[in-house]
Design a protein around this ligand. Structure first.
Ligand SMILES: [Zn+2]
Length: 74
């Protein structure tokens, strides 16, 4: 599945079973998907689309919109 870097927009294909393993081990905030680090810039990567094992859906478009809103409010 496709992960997109929020900083440089680099994409990386991460096997779904790897993401699911991370998701299963993650006992923290379920609103946050399994996170990976961009190999190009060290920034945070976000799934293009991922439905987690707890039923949450994550989209990079949501994250990018939120980022924009945060920026505008300051
Ligand atoms: Zn990057």
């Amino acid at each position: 599945m496709n992960y997109i870097c929020l900083t440089c927009s680099e994409s990386e294909n991460i096997p779904l079973n790897v993401v699911r393993d991370f998701d299963r081990m993650d006992q923290g905030d379920r609103a946050v998907p399994p996170q990976f680090t961009c190999e190009s810039c060290g920034g945070a990567m976000y799934p293009e689309y991922y439905k987690g094992i707890h039923g949450y859906e994550y989209r990079v478009s949501d994250r990018l919109e939120n980022k924009e809103v945060e920026g505008n409010s300051k």
